[in-house]
Design a protein around this ligand. Structure first.
Ligand SMILES: Nc1ncnc2c1ncn2[C@@H]1O[C@H](COP(=O)(O)OP(=O)(O)O)[C@@H](O)[C@H]1O
Ligand SMILES: [Mg+2]
Length: 291
């Protein structure tokens, strides 16, 4: 089972959108997928698709250990193979509770070890755009890497690189218990076809590939990796919200210069989960896209 947290420095970068579209792509490729809406107070990822069954509990009860069986927090979406844990903490009780619980930062990681979750091939965990205990507990649930989403806006990118290193530094003591901190795969989203965005993207690429960030607090390891898949700013990525559908179902061919949404989602899924490339190729072919 692969658990992929999705994080970003602030709201509006596209976390919930791409957490949900990626989960929908994985599910349509035949993988048993769970989408956890970790934006505890503002459900977006879990409200993009309609639910066939809404569980009596969600993220709140799961993390507060209020359900005897974690399966009681699992809702079923209208998409075959895609289950969802809804976010249901509008009064924002979870951060304080998790901060004060001695095992707060480990609660998501620990509960996902329960047999109720062994049925899933992939678990995608959306988060709130911030740093702090709730994102830290999301990061600790990762099985290898996390995906960080940023727009090509340099002050935001620099803050993301610094903020994530601060979080990983705070989580470093968990390595003494055999927990590996995730590498962060950066997805650049919302790229406009402008000179400014091209220059920003080139600078962002240089910062990440030449490791122009300070990891001395983490023992000089590689923290970031830039994904080759890039996402343009396009209305098609808003249309999935309107139609309550994963975006690969809505556009598999295009006359634009930039790739069709289905090709972009295929490319993203293949980079993040190369072990399932055959299933992703088969899905894209069945949609009529070019592998
Ligand atoms: N590549 C894109 N092109 C156009 N609109 C986008 C793109 N990515 C995200 N959006 C839009 O930006 C808004 C914020 O996205 P969202 O996923 O809610 O961000 P976050 O979860 O990081 O706060 C949404 O209205 C979404 O449709
Ligand atoms: Mg969101």
């Amino acid at each position: 089972m692969k658990i992929l947290p999705v994080i970003s420095p602030k709201g509006g970068e596209g976390k919930s959108t791409f957490a949900a579209y990626l989960a929908g792509f994985l599910a349509d490729a035949g993988l048993r997928t769970l989408l956890i809406d970790g934006d505890y107070s503002q459900p977006t990822a879990s409200s993009i698709y309609s639910l066939n069954y809404e569980a009596p509990a969600g993220l709140y009860e799961l993390l507060m250990q209020m359900v005897p069986e974690p399966a009681q927090a699992i809702s079923h979406s209208s998409i075959t193979n895609l289950d969802v844990i809804i976010s249901n903490d509008p009064d924002e009780m979870l951060p304080t509770a998790m901060l004060h619980a001695p095992d707060g930062r480990l609660r998501l990681r620990n509960v996902l070890q329960h047999p109720a979750f062994a049925q899933y091939d992939t678990i995608i965990v959306d988060s709130k755009g911030a740093t702090g205990v709730m994102v830290e507990l999301t990061l600790l649930s990762a099985t290898g890497r996390a995906m960080g989403i940023v727009k090509p806006v340099l002050p935001d990118v620099r803050e993301f690189l610094r903020g994530s290193i601060r979080m990983l530094t705070r989580l470093q003591p968990f390595e003494n218990y055999g927990i590996c901190l995730p590498e962060i795969a950066i997805l650049v989203n919302c790229i406009e076809n402008t000179i400014l965005d091209r220059v920003s993207l080139a600078e962002l690429t240089a910062i990440v590939t030449n490791k122009r960030y300070d990891t001395s607090s983490l023992g000089k390891r590689d923290v970031y990796h830039l994904l080759n898949t890039r996402i343009d700013s396009l209305d098609i990525y808003k249309l999935g919200h309107v139609k309550a559908q994963p975006v690969h179902r809505l556009e598999c061919k295009t006359n634009r210069k930039s790739p069709a949404a289905a090709e972009t989602m295929h490319s993203l899924a293949s980079e993040l989960f190369p072990e399932w490339r055959i299933q992703f190729d088969a899905l894209l072919e069945s949609l009529g896209g070019n592998v």
